[in-house]
Design a protein around this ligand. Structure first.
Ligand code: AMP
Length: 407
């Protein structure tokens, strides 16, 4: 099979050299499609999940442009601004760009909430070439006049769908309104719901579109299975599963922060050393949990959807949905944590009777029948109360449609 190499994409030699040293042999599909368009200066709408290599897809052309235009950044300002929804993702993008640009005399920094602002303010004082930020802290520092946004020439909005889910729409709109109108803008999103389409229409100018997996289609290399099981048997079943040594690096998902914390404790008590990652933990505790997981000291990470965004850990062998997500798109995000950068992966969902409606929605979204590993698919239950409420809603609808006057 013919595969392009990085030196054909038009990137500066020293970037290509760094990639060779990083053992990146071939561009991933999103890199192959996006890099030439971005080098030409186009705006871009990228539909891609984390794990597809999108950080390099947007980062390499930015590094290329910034190193070619030999301008120095103005005080308190940045030439490139990358917005990401979570602190973890912000740190991770910052680290990746430092690696890719390590042979270039460019200044980088990252700003995000949950930690003191002084170091961040100091690092912005002389200005930087690349700033990676979460929206809230960026606006905070802007309002305090520690950051200027009027010199930005390259703007990336990463994980736009998640950004909107997390309620950052107003912050994002405010930030975009503060940027110069002459700039290159890139928007990346794993899914394209209406609000993201509207935002893209607003901030992108004649964008080129690249898409590496059709919207909400899980990476093909993930093997997906389901076990239908009673809720009260889930924990003992999980312990049994995790005792298998093949489950070497596993992310277990729960729906709530509380559940994530408790389950990690319970697993540890059962002899399976686990850490949890959720929004109630301090930034340093989250970093510590992630480091233990990354280094392999702890094989099991119990996480909530939001906390898991942007976790960049290679070789996650299994994703286990201990509780199914309420939003079916989150299922796609979750299983995207395994099978990264072309490796194969395995996702197992433990589904009880009350979760059947969510499970059905997930199967409809991904247009796949998930293989049953154990148990039988139960009927979705509708309690008497649910039935009553459905009837009531129908009646109400009938009444209101009668009231409608047709002109
Ligand atoms: P991302 O989607 O940007 O989070 O990247 C996912 C992972 O793939 C990261 O660990 C990258 O270091 C790795 N990666 C990105 N591009 C390539 C490439 N062309 N070859 C090999 N690994 C890559």
């Amino acid at each position: 099979m013919h595969r392009t190499s990085f030196d054909r994409l038009g990137l500066a030699d020293r970037i290509v050299q760094t990639l060779k040293e990083q053992k990146y042999e071939h561009p991933t599909p999103i890199q192959e499609q996006a890099i030439p368009l971005l080098l030409e200066g186009s705006d871009l709408l990228g539909i891609a999940q984390t794990g597809t290599g999108k950080t390099a897809a947007f980062g390499l052309p930015i590094l290329h442009h910034l190193s070619m235009e030999k301008r120095r950044p103005a005080a308190k300002s940045s030439r490139a601004l990358i917005l990401a929804p979570t602190r973890e993702l912000t740190i991770q993008i910052g680290v990746a760009l430092k690696v890719y640009g390590r042979d270039m005399p460019l200044r980088h920094t990252a700003v995000f909430g949950g930690v003191g602002q002084n170091t961040q303010v100091r690092s912005m004082r002389r200005g930087v070439d690349i700033l990676v930020a979460t929206p809230g802290r960026l606006l905070d520092l802007f309002n305090q006049k520690h950051i200027r946004l009027d010199f930005v020439t390259h703007f990336v909005l990463d994980e736009a769908d998640r950004m909107l889910d997390m309620g950052f729409i107003h912050d994002v709109q405010k930030i975009t309104s503060l940027l110069p109108s002459r700039r290159q803008t890139l928007l990346f999103s794993a899914t394209m719901p209406q609000p993201v389409i509207r935002l893209a229409n607003k901030i992108l100018h004649n964008p080129k579109k690249v898409s590496v997996a059709p919207t909400a289609t899980p990476v093909k290399t993930v093997e997906q299975k389901v076990m239908f099981i009673d809720r009260e048997k889930k924990r003992s079943c999980l312990v049994r599963i995790l005792q298998d040594p093949a489950f070497d690096r596993v992310i277990v998902f729960t729906r709530t922060k509380h559940k994530a914390a408790r389950l990690a404790e319970q697993l540890t008590k059962s002899g399976i050393k686990s850490e949890s990652l959720h929004g109630d933990k301090s930034q340093s505790a989250r970093q510590r949990a992630l480091e233990l997981f990354k280094s392999g000291d702890v094989a099991i990470l119990v996480a909530t959807d939001i906390a898991s965004r942007g976790i960049d850990v290679d070789d996650v062998t299994h994703v286990i949905n201990y509780e199914l997500p309420m939003v079916p798109e989150d299922y796609v995000h979750r299983i995207g944590r395994t099978a990264r950068a072309g490796a194969s992966g395995f996702a197992l969902s433990l589904c009880d009777q009350s979760e059947i409606p969510h499970f059905t929605k997930i199967e409809n979204l991904i247009k796949t029948k998930i293989e049953i590993l154990e148990g039988e698919r139960p009927q979705a239950i509708t309690t008497k109360r649910q039935e009553k409420s459905i009837k009531k809603k129908r009646k109400k609808k009938k009444r209101s449609s009668k009231k409608t006057v047709n002109f």
